[in-house]
Ligand binder design. Structure first.
Ligand code: G
Ligand code: MN
Length: 278
């Protein structure tokens, strides 16, 4: 368990009110065509002295100081407003879709007002079904699947996309988690990094076959009507192997890293600005 970064405690409360929180957007690419299909929203804190901080640096502080709900609400509203500006953009070549997916933690999902707040944001910004969604890690879903089906059913009924994040194999979708109304499976970065490499990530068997595991995962996901997205692609080798096993979409530094809002909007408006166009 990480030690709390106490210096950040008073600073985080100010960061929310002073507008130091930002959302960056990372393009997700349709592997068959190289076109953009949407973006993943990534929370960042532009700390005045320490520079850009990632959620893992400050969400522990947010949780401990009771700011998690406020930050989560800010993030969802900011993203919903951004998605509304995207919906007004004209159709251009190389942009198949403009879905926006926001990372949500187990704590936020279990909050009694999470679904109300999110659905209010979707309504206020007139977001169409299938254009806005949340991603929740497989480990978080395992912990909360029993307590939250009602939340998922309400979100699904409103057309909010549901993605399961950091998936390592089909076993992550078994049991109660598999019964949730999911739309998208996101393959964990360490598993992507493992394909085409000699060394497996920590905790994996040296003699198991990562491509075989992914092929099995993707086939079963497709049987269930789920889209499969690989996270964190860094090489054309990884991209080609993922295409071979039927992966639908990917993000990663190979195509584009996380972008400031204006740059992300320009990509969606012009259909240019990322690598990998077919
Ligand atoms: O699993 P999760 O959705 O939290 O992962 C997204 C994180 O991965 C983001 O913080 C993003 O900056 C990072 N990321 C995105 N693309 C790449 C990549 O190509 N390589 C690595 N190492 N990290 C990436
Ligand atoms: Mn994610």
């Amino acid at each position: 368990m990480a030690v709390l970064d106490l210096e950040l405690v008073p600073a985080l409360a100010r960061a929310v009110s002073d507008g130091q929180l930002q959302v960056h957007y990372q393009p997700e690419i349709d592997l068959a065509s190289g076109s953009i299909v949407g973006m993943e929203a990534l929370l960042r804190w532009a700390h005045p002295r320490r520079g850009l901080l990632w959620p893992e640096n400050f969400l522990g502080v947010a949780r401990a100081t009771g700011l998690l709900d406020e930050i989560g609400r800010w993030l969802v509203n900011r993203c919903a407003a951004e998605a509304q500006t995207w919906s007004a953009l004209p159709a251009v070549p190389n942009v198949l879709d403009r879905q926006l997916l926001v990372n949500i933690s187990a704590g936020e999902l279990l909050s009694p007002w999470f679904a109300d707040d999110l659905l209010a944001a979707v309504a206020e910004h007139e977001l169409q079904p299938g254009t806005f969604g949340i991603e929740v890690s497989a480990s978080a879903l395992r912990r909360i699947a029993v307590g939250a089906p009602d939340t998922f059913d309400r979100l699904r009924a409103a057309g909010v996309l549901l993605a399961i994040d950091d998936v390592q194999g089909w076993s992550d979708l078994e049991g109660e988690v598999g019964e949730l109304p999911l739309d998208i499976v996101k393959i964990d970065i360490a598993t992507v990094r493992w394909i085409g490499r000699e060394n497996p990530p920590e905790g994996k068997q040296t003699d198991s076959d990562p491509l075989g595991i992914l092929r099995d995962l993707i086939d079963r996901a497709h049987d269930r009507g789920l889209l499969v997205v690989a996270e964190g692609i860094e090489s054309w080798t990884e991209s080609a192997l993922l295409c071979d096993v039927g992966c639908d979409r990917a993000h990663g530094f190979l195509f584009a890293g996380p972008q400031h809002a204006d740059r992300a909007r320009a990509m969606l408006a012009t259909g240019t600005g990322w690598a990998g166009l077919a």
